[in-house]
Design a protein around this ligand. Structure first.
Ligand SMILES: [Zn+2]
Length: 193
């Protein structure tokens, strides 16, 4: 669509998510935008392409949501909510999401694209004590683990630093042991502080 003057005004000629000032265009918020200003958002190329191609997401780019999520514009709130929801397994986006308040109508709109639907009971990683794990945490193994496909045992007490979370399986994390990236069951680890 052409970039409407109203949208440029509202966004002060900057990307409404990351404040970039170049390669801007209006983006009709799926799935039901009428193309009007209230149901569109002014986006830069970078934001747009990452929204449309979830496999190309540069997580650090979305630190911008730290500021833009406080926008008073519902369309901006909706896109901030959707991106934070999409990235919530990274840890910090979930923390922002916990602070982001949307009124009922805006929340329904935010969920209309299917992001975050049914996630209430999904994909929260917890250690053997029930503590919530985040990407980047350090955990300790609470028993000897035979590593499948590798010829070693990961010893009880081994610290695994900088874990990552397996997005679609709350029982699995990944971490580096003996120089190898392995999948570890959350029930066999304890979070270190
Ligand atoms: Zn942007």
């Amino acid at each position: 669509m052409s970039t409407e003057p109203g949208l440029l005004d509202r966004g002060e000629a900057k990307c409404e998510l990351c404040r970039a000032g170049e390669n801007l265009a209006g983006y009709e918020i799926p799935p039901h935008s009428d193309g009007g200003v209230d149901q569109s958002i002014l986006l830069c190329d970078t934001c747009r392409s990452q929204i449309e191609n979830p496999d190309q997401v540069d997580i650090n780019h979305w630190r911008c949501l730290n500021d833009s999520m406080w926008s008073q514009v519902p369309a901006v709130q909706v896109m901030a909510w959707r991106m934070l929801t999409r990235l919530s397994a990274e840890g910090w986006p979930q923390e922002l999401l916990d602070m982001l308040y949307l009124d009922d109508e805006t929340l329904v709109w935010a969920k209309a694209a299917g992001d975050g639907v049914g996630e209430e009971d999904a994909v929260i990683h917890r250690d053997s004590n029930g503590a919530v794990l985040s990407a980047g945490d350090t955990v300790t193994l609470i028993k000897d683990l035979n590593v499948k496909g590798a010829n070693f045992t990961a010893k009880r007490g081994t610290a695994v630093r900088g874990i990552s979370l397996v997005a679609d399986n709350s029982g699995h994390i990944e971490g580096r042991v003996n120089g190898q990236q392995i999948v570890i069951l959350t029930q066999f680890v304890k979070k270190s502080n």
